[in-house]
Design a protein. Structure first.
Length: 91
């Protein structure tokens, strides 16, 4: 695989990329809703609603597709962003 990624793509139950269900991806990564929501930069409530079938905004669909295809490449990037967000002072 490119970029030294060795993990297999994560398969979600949804076949259309515009309707990716985050739950199978989250479970495969052994993340709680709270952990995965924080990683994505959303609230756990919003993630829960998406897992129940409500459609998320387009940027989140793209992030989920990237996580699905290349988790070992994307997750470290998201984790670094999360750490940066938690260190920044709130306005």
């Amino acid at each position: 695989m490119k970029n030294g990624c060795t993990s297999a793509p994560l398969k979600s139950k949804q076949s259309r990329s515009s309707n990716i269900n985050p739950e199978p991806i989250r479970r495969r990564l052994n993340k709680t809703q709270a952990e995965f929501a924080e990683l994505l930069g959303v609230t756990p409530d919003k993630l829960q609603r998406w897992e129940q079938g409500r459609r998320p905004p387009r940027p989140i669909q793209t992030i989920l597709k990237l996580i699905e295809l290349q988790p070992s490449y994307i997750l470290p990037i998201l984790e670094k962003q999360r750490q940066t967000r938690t260190r920044e002072p709130k306005p």
